[in-house]
Design a protein around this ligand. Structure first.
Ligand SMILES: Cc1cc2nc3c(=O)[nH]c(=O)nc-3n(C[C@H](O)[C@H](O)[C@H](O)COP(=O)(O)OP(=O)(O)OC[C@H]3O[C@@H](n4cnc5c(N)ncnc54)[C@H](O)[C@@H]3O)c2cc1C
Ligand SMILES: NC(=O)c1ccc[n+]([C@@H]2O[C@H](COP(=O)([O-])OP(=O)(O)OC[C@H]3O[C@@H](n4cnc5c(N)ncnc54)[C@H](OP(=O)(O)O)[C@@H]3O)[C@@H](O)[C@H]2O)c1
Length: 460
């Protein structure tokens, strides 16, 4: 058994990192929570859509965790750039990777690098004020946009493109994105699913919200809702739940609706895959799509199979929203196929398939880029249960030689301007103060230098 107190470095201050920290603190550990950015909360700050402020109030729970006396925040410290895995292992009994899945997945079709074709990951990070994307530019002048993918992120970006300026004005959308979005030329957004309505990955509250958009009609074509036999049988089976049946019902309600004649349209199309992004003068001019039918594969899953029938959707903007994937960390075993850290139940596995003492993974980088914020709570509890088992069995990293103060001294030397929780609170208060007079939740700082200046002024 390890003598008390046991110390963990949790790398990544998103939901998974915070839930892990909370569980470890409860078990009597000391926790230092690192993040590459001076700001905590991961995708709650840089992913969740600006018009969903209620969802972001989950951070109040994380603030409670941060109040614990055995908790420290080490912001602005990037593992792999500022510090190494070996250094962390030298200072802690356990290191938990909670770094999320920041990269986009590509379609792998011709034309993907044309001007006017972007990854939703980048678009989302831009309108949410992620410092790494503050200088990106998106040409939103096209009248028609196509969003490829049928998940909740696809619905988020589609909605952001048609929000009314009055709806946008009261959000924490980054200032650099506010005008481009308000003045966007987009009048019509087509959301493209490669499979059918029964297989769509978006959830019902998000689908229902489309029907409440101030200035957009939701268009669903009745012929897209004629289910193939396998989908219809699945929907009637015990495998489907009430939410699956309700999703199809909501789509049927949309298909039966008379358009209100709104200035904008948001159209949901199914059973179509992009095969080529068409070009004119170096820019996107359209998307060639093939129609699909569904076929049961060897694993019993219904997959899209091209029928050969094709259409061209004229458009000037394509956003691919087909999921995220993880980024490798130097020295940390990675499963290229899954885009996650190689692990079993959260225990990081070495080349030989055996667990590496004291190294763990949690959240999206452990299980892949799916699941809502709350999913990471159970996921963190599972990883922490294994950590506690390993601590009991004496199987943590035992070479950790520094105490709490020595860690602080080491980090001050390595990353002198790292940001403490006090420092983040200074940034937070500054942002809230900027937003208040305009009825906005906050005005986000998007430059790290500016954040550090605010922290410096307060001595955080
Ligand atoms: C666009 C979008 C919108 C979403 N909206 C919702 C929603 O409305 N409701 C909902 O319930 N769920 C939503 N989700 C899902 C939810 O955000 C995720 O389930 C959750 O954020 C995953 O948590 P995580 O901690 O694994 O990763 P993340 O939230 O991505 O956190 C990872 C953290 O690690 C840090 N990091 C990365 N690399 C390093 C490094 N090398 N060194 C140090 N730190 C590093 C990052 O800066 C980040 O802070 C959304 C997801 C996306 C992509
Ligand atoms: N409001 C919210 O609660 C909210 C908001 C945003 C995100 N989230 C959550 O965050 C997670 C990630 O969301 P996400 O939308 O990025 O991922 P997702 O839910 O996994 O959806 C990805 C979509 O991309 C499609 N796709 C994948 N490869 C494709 C290809 N080559 N061509 C065409 N389509 C392709 C998938 O179709 P197939 O099914 O056919 O593979 C699927 O429809 C989800 O769990 C989501 O619920 C929640």
């Amino acid at each position: 058994m390890t003598a008390s107190p046991t110390r963990a470095a949790v790398v990544g201050a998103g939901p998974a990192g915070f839930y892990t920290a909370a569980d470890l603190l409860k078990a009597g550990w000391e926790v230092d929570l690192y993040d590459a950015l001076p700001t905590p909360f991961g995708l709650v700050r840089f992913g969740v859509a600006p018009d969903h402020p209620k969802i972001k109030t989950v951070t109040r729970m994380y603030e409670k965790t941060a109040k614990h006396e055995a908790f420290r925040f080490m912001g602005g410290v990037c593992l792999g750039t500022d510090i190494t895995r070996e250094e962390l292992l030298g200072h802690y009994h356990a290191v938990v990777y909670a770094v999320g899945s920041a990269d986009d997945r590509r379609l792998g079709i011709p034309g993907e690098d044309l001007a006017g074709c972007y990854a939703a990951t980048e678009f989302v990070a831009w309108y949410n004020g992620h410092p790494d994307y503050a200088d990106h530019e998106f040409d939103l002048s096209a009248e028609r946009a196509v969003v490829v993918g049928n998940g909740n992120v696809a619905l988020d970006v589609a909605r952001m493109l048609v929000l009314d300026p009055d709806e946008l004005a009261v959000t924490d959308t980054a200032d650099h994105a506010m005008r481009p979005l308000m003045e966007a030329g987009v009048r019509e957004v087509v959301v493209l699913g490669r499979r059918g309505p029964v297989q769509a990955a978006f959830t019902n509250p998000e689908l229902l919200e489309l029907g409440e958009l101030v200035r957009a009609d939701v268009i669903v074509h009745p012929e897209d809702l004629e289910l193939d036999d396998a989908s219809a049988a699945w929907l009637d089976s015990d495998e489907a739940d009430a939410a699956d049946r309700r999703r199809v019902e909501i789509l049927r309600e949309y298909a039966a609706r008379e358009p209100r004649g709104a200035s904008h349209r948001l159209e949901l199309r199914f059973l179509r895959s992009p095969v080529e992004i068409l070009e004119e003068d170096g820019r996107v001019r359209g998307l060639r799509v093939v129609h699909n039918r569904l076929e049961v594969d060897a694993g019993g899953r219904l997959r899209a199979v091209p029928t050969g029938e094709e259409d061209v959707i004229e458009c000037g903007l394509v956003l691919r929203s087909i999921g995220y994937t993880g980024r490798t960390l130097p020295g940390v075993p990675f499963d290229e196929r899954r885009g996650t850290i190689r692990n079993e139940g959260g225990r990081v596995l070495g080349e030989d398939g055996a667990p590496l003492p004291g190294e763990y993974a949690v959240g999206w980088i452990k299980r892949g880029p799916s699941g809502v914020i709350g999913t990471n709570k159970k996921d963190a509890a599972d990883t922490v249960a294994r950590m506690l088992e390993d601590a009991e069995a004496g199987a943590l990293y035992t070479l950790a030689d520094a105490d709490r103060d020595a860690v602080e001294a080491w980090l001050r030397e390595r990353v002198p301007d790292h940001v403490t929780w006090e420092g983040w609170r200074a940034i937070d208060e500054h942002e809230l103060g900027l937003g208040e007079p305009h009825g906005r939740p906050r005005v986000k700082l998007v430059r790290v230098a500016e954040m550090l200046e605010i922290v410096g002024r307060r001595g955080g």
